[in-house]
Design a protein around this ligand. Structure first.
Ligand code: NAG
Length: 417
């Protein structure tokens, strides 16, 4: 019985992997060779440097090597290319691990998925991407997972708040986008959010009216169809329903003075009958075409679709550096992504935690020793006041807002006053 189950399981997993495609996988397992696959943008001259390392603590000193941000208060911009593909009719899975071992205060931990025509050497914050996905931390207020989709040239943020992990351990982030326009976000192989693109983003005008008091904009046009201006009334259209009887004659004894002007009696128009039987019966109306100014709701079953996916980029800002990115995966099969997650993050998370705990224990002991010896010296020197404990240094408050953005914030502040 057990054997049978095992065999079925093996076949099932083969069936899953047979038609699964992996478009991009990067584990940094070949030393410096990653440098030939990844390109640092030259858009700015002072982008931060990336280092290959497993960090201060890890589950496996080789397998856990990934790309680490190594300079504080810098922008980072690096990307890697793969064979372009379209996710039409297939699921798209984007997955990677991120470790903020530095106790991050403010910095991005997300990836951007670009069209293949991206100029990698010029990649920067405004380069148009298809998808932005992953954690972002800044102070206490921003601790979220971004899921941004580009639709017709505009970026649309998810309307739901997805909390990200803010500890120092490695976490696995997965985005699944399905051709039925549903999505799922997983952290550490567990679902944290799901829904539909239509409901959780505002790419399409809403089907529902949110505010009954809201006024219709002046230029709002809710006629889905309009008259085709190119359509003209056929020349022979006018065929009255009744016509004067062509056979009628004025009676001989008709007295115009007494009886008024003679008019022939009306009879049904034989041509009208022909019209009435045809589809064009009755009043003439121009043909209907789609109104080009229509502002109403139009469903779009292809919001999930990106035609030319070809580059994965890390384009972010970090105040305190030290984040390690690893185990990138882009594919069309959820099971495969899940397996890859288990093999990588799943295999090293426990030993990583152990090593971190052990280090912290050592540090704690060392601190205690130090304090004890300090106290002993202080006692020896007489009853002086307790020395102040090492206070954490104030973080240098540098930020990533551009001058225009700062101006805009200032303006906004003024407006609010
Ligand atoms: C600056 O970076 C932080 C961290 O990634 C991010 O949350 C914030 O939105 C960024 N601000 C701007 C203006 O780009």
């Amino acid at each position: 019985m057990k054997v049978a189950v095992a065999i079925i399981a093996v076949f099932a997993s083969i069936a899953v992997t047979i038609d699964a495609t992996v478009f991009f996988k990067e584990q940094f397992l070949d030393g410096d060779a990653w440098k030939s696959r990844w390109l640092v943008s030259k858009h700015k001259s002072d982008y931060g440097e990336w280092k290959l390392t497993a960090g201060k603590f890890y589950g496996d000193s080789e397998a856990d090597k990934g790309l680490q941000t190594s300079q504080d208060a810098r922008f980072y911009a690096i990307s890697s290319r793969f064979e372009p593909f379209s996710n039409e009719g297939k699921s798209l899975v984007v997955q990677f691990t991120v470790k903020h071992e530095q106790k991050i205060d403010c910095g991005g931990g997300y990836v951007k998925i670009f069209p293949a025509d991206l100029d990698q050497a010029d990649m920067h914050g405004d380069s148009q991407y298809y998808i932005m996905f992953g954690p972002d931390i800044c102070g206490y207020s921003t601790k979220k997972v971004h899921v941004i989709f580009n639709y017709k040239g505009k970026n649309h943020l998810i309307k739901k708040e997805i909390k990200c992990k803010d500890d120092e351990l490695t976490h696995l982030y997965t985005l699944i986008l399905n051709p039925d326009q549903t999505y799922e976000v997983k952290i550490n192989n567990e679902k944290v959010e799901s829904g539909t693109l239509e409901e959780d983003w505002d790419m399409l005008p809403s089907k529902k009216i949110k505010d009954p008091e809201a006024k219709k904009p002046e230029d709002w046009d809710d006629r889905a169809k309009i008259d085709d201006p190119a359509d003209t009334k056929p020349e022979d259209w006018e065929k009255p329903e009744n016509i004067p009887d062509p056979d009628a004659k004025k009676p001989d004894d008709w007295d115009e003075d007494m009886d008024g002007e003679w008019e022939p009696p009306m009879i049904p128009n034989p041509d009208y009958k022909v019209q009435a039987e045809s589809e064009l019966a009755g009043e003439w109306k121009p043909k209907q075409i789609d109104n080009p100014d229509y502002k109403g709701y139009t469903p779009d079953a292809s919001i999930y679709k990106f035609d030319n996916i070809g580059v994965l980029g890390l384009d972010l800002w970090q105040v305190k550096s030290g984040t390690i990115f690893d185990n990138f995966f882009i594919g069309d099969d959820l099971k495969e992504a899940e397996e890859f997650g288990k093999e990588t993050w799943g295999a090293t998370k426990e030993p990583e935690k152990k090593m971190k705990d052990a280090q912290e224990e050592e540090e704690r002991k060392a601190r205690e020793e130090e304090e004890k010896s300090k106290k002993d010296t202080a006692d020896d020197e007489g009853d002086e006041e307790e020395g102040d404990e090492d206070e954490p240094e104030e973080e240098e408050e540098k930020d990533n807002t551009t001058e225009e953005e700062e101006e805009e914030t200032l303006k906004k502040d003024k407006d609010e006053l």
